[in-house]
Structure formats: C-alpha cells, structure tokens
Design a protein around this ligand. Sequence first.
Ligand code: ATP
Ligand code: MG
Length: 175
Amino acid sequence: NDLTEMDNLIAQTLLLARGGNEKLQADVDINQLIQVITENYQKAGKDVRFAGDSECIHSIKADALKRILINLIDNAVTYSDGLAVTVTCECNRSDILIKVIDQGPGIPPEKHKTVFQPFYRLEGSRSKATGGSGLGLAIVHQLCITNDWEIKIISPDKKGTTVQLRLPDTPHRQE
Ligand code: ATP
Ligand code: MG
C-alpha cells in the first residue's frame, strides 16, 4: 500500500512540476467531455450525475480540463461519503461555468485558499484513510493559472462543497 501511495505521489508531483505543458488547444465539445468522464465514474459504481445535452464547443487544452475535472470529482466522491455528486455545465455566450457539487462536510471559508496549496489537507481528511497526498487541488490551481481559467470554492457552512470553474470567452456556437 505504501508503495502504491508513493507511486501516486510521485506521479502527481511530476504532473505539478510539469505544469500543464500541453501544447495545442483545439475545439472540444465540453458537454461531451464531461459526459465521458462522469460515465467512467458511474461504471465504477460512483453516484456522479451529469445532465448536459446541447453542444458546448470551445477551443481549449482538453487534457488540462480533464485533469481538473477528475481531481475535483475525485475529491467530491472521496469526501462526501457516498452521497451523490452532481456536475453541471452552463454554456453561456460570454463564458462557460462548470460546477462540481457535493453534499459532504464542506470546506470552512477560511480554508478556501489554503486547500489549493501543495500537500495541504484539512484536519479531518488527514486522519481519515482516504490516502490522498494533498496535491490534487494544487494541480487544479496551477492548470487554471496556465489556462486563464477561474476557480472558486463555494461552501456554505457544513452544507456540502461546490467548486466552480469558469472558462471565459465566447464559445464557437453552431447556429
Ligand atoms: P490528492 O488529491 O493529492 O489525492 P487530497 O484529496 O488530500 O489528495 P486535494 O485534492 O489537494 O488533496 O485536497 C486538499 C484537501 O482539501 C483535502 O485533503 C480535503 O481535506 C479538502 N477537500 C478537498 N475537496 C473537498 C471536498 N469536496 N469536500 C471536503 N473537503 C475537501
Ligand atoms: Mg484530491
């Protein structure tokens, strides 16, 4: 178990060190990308819901968005003890808003910045056998900076956590 954990830690650290060096951005249907990711969780028996239908085409570095969503959904699943996790995507003219919503214990407002620091884990999770290394959100944060995306935590006291990702700019819509 220790070896597996160390492997995971090294892989995550390398990812953090490389910092999103994906070269090309390309048109991607973001709703479809989220659909594929959430289906993988469902196949693994996790209650992760997504109901996006229409196309939401945007020119992005898809691997960066995938990594961010996986890290956020992993957290939502891990820290909310089996309660449903919902992903939503609003495809607006001026931006795209993606939310990962869970019904877990929430993150106290004074920790909303701290949790994005490498290796930081909240007290409750440290003692829990969740096996995390505290790098997931640091990677998310770094990828958001590289891509000019905005990330924020909305966590009303002890009523679950919503992490909102905003991709500015106008999507290329097909009329
Ligand atoms: P890793 O992601 O590297 O496997 P990790 O999940 O502990 O480990 P982060 O994803 O960076 O690391 O999260 C940092 C800490 O923030 C977590 O340990 C946990 O305490 C807290 N946290 C993150 N997401 C949530 C959430 N959805 N609900 C409650 N606490 C959370
Ligand atoms: Mg994590």
